[in-house]
Design a protein around this ligand. Structure first.
Ligand SMILES: CC(C)(COP(=O)(O)OP(=O)(O)OC[C@H]1O[C@@H](n2cnc3c(N)ncnc32)[C@H](O)[C@@H]1OP(=O)(O)O)[C@@H](O)C(=O)NCCC(=O)NCCS
Length: 321
């Protein structure tokens, strides 16, 4: 039996240690320093802008918590901590019943995969789920890799071409994803804007990012968008090659160059996320020394009725079950 309460009604003394404990896990498990990225969580919660729930067991111990927001028409769940499968189910139900869910036409979850039973709980709630592998590799100044295109760092004018590249690269992708889940132009613009302007995927490092131009066009043949997660840890937040340039070693050359750029700037490792179903990308990473480190759960529900019907029935009140 759990009691689920709106976390905005909780005192900061309860919530701060929960966020700090999760930040510690990100640091220890992922070498990902979220201090900057999560700085606004507690103030946004305290002034009522960031929704979330705290789950307590029969002994009033916190058994889990989550927070989420609506951006445009998308409900986004970025943090989800649960000690047991039962706690995960109760929190997923609470999100579905939340009044915010009634405003969303799609719900997207992207969380560190630490909560037991999270994927099953989401599937029972109508989500499609995917497991993402979080990989890391040591970086060292590498011997030059043959590239079918000239490689260069990120330039100011690359924003629009990068949006176009991402949209084209994922046009035929079948893996579920948390970014641009429907492949809409507006979602790609939003995604790239987020990569550049926020530290949700690490702090953007134009000097570690690697671009390849398609000959005689303003289009990109491929790119690695890189960020910094923590001192010594570079993150390859996006790797994309235009369909017309694939199968010629460009993806491999881009990743190898990004790793070498990171090494020459004092980084010791690179990390990235890849869907378990993305064998083509994984084969590149494994060949370059990337190994499994942790897992993330990604889930998408684009059937608003399923999400909102319960919420409309209950008015989204906090519940005891
Ligand atoms: C993944 C991606 C970047 C690869 O780009 P690329 O330029 O074709 O990559 P490369 O030519 O360097 O290497 C592709 C490798 O995958 C292998 N490959 C191709 N199809 C494959 C498949 N279905 N399963 C496994 N391996 C496959 C190729 O044989 C090649 O390996 P090889 O060099 O040993 O022959 C490109 O396909 C892409 O942009 N995909 C969509 C976006 C994406 O998934 N990005 C990665 C996110 S983590």
């Amino acid at each position: 039996m759990f009691t689920c309460e709106d976390w905005r009604a909780e005192p900061a003394a309860v919530i701060r240690p929960l966020i700090e404990a999760e930040a510690d896990r990100w640091r220890a498990e992922l070498d990902w320093d979220v201090t900057e990225a999560w700085r606004t969580i507690e103030p946004s919660r305290a002034d009522g802008r960031l929704a979330g729930f705290v789950l307590r067991d029969d002994f009033s111990r916190v058994a889990g918590w989550t927070c989420f927001l609506v951006h445009g028409d998308m409900l986004q769940v970025a943090m989800f901590v649960a000690e047991t499968a039962g706690a995960a189910t109760a929190l997923v139900d609470a999100i579905r019943r939340s009044p915010l869910a009634t405003r969303a036409s799609i719900a997207v979850v992207c969380c560190r995969g630490g909560a037991p039973g999270l994927a099953s709980a989401l599937e029972r709630a109508g989500f499609a789920t995917a497991r993402y592998r979080y990989l890391s590799a040591p970086v060292r100044p590498a011997a030059a890799v043959d590239a079918p295109f000239r490689l260069r760092p990120w330039h100011m004018g690359d924003v629009e071409p990068f949006v176009t590249l991402c949209a084209r690269a994922y046009e035929d992708a079948s893996d579920l994803r948390a970014f641009a889940p429907r492949g809409l132009d507006a979602e790609w613009i939003d995604y790239v804007r987020g990569l550049l302007a926020t530290s949700a995927c690490g702090r953007f490092r134009p000097d570690l990012s690697v671009m390849a131009d398609l000959d005689d066009t303003r289009r990109l043949a491929g790119a690695v968008f890189a960020s910094e997660l923590a001192p010594g840890t570079a993150h390859l937040a996006q790797v994309a090659v235009d369909p017309s340039a694939r199968g010629r070693g460009l993806g491999t050359a881009l990743v190898a160059r990004a790793m070498a750029e990171a090494a020459s700037r004092g980084f010791t490792q690179a990390t990235l996320l890849v869907a378990t179903g993305n064998r083509r990308a994984a084969s590149i990473y494994e060949r370059l020394g990337f190994r499994d480190r942790a897992a993330f759960v990604v889930a998408v529900c684009d059937q608003p009725r399923r999400l909102t019907s319960v919420a409309l029935e209950t008015g989204g009140a906090s519940t005891r079950r």
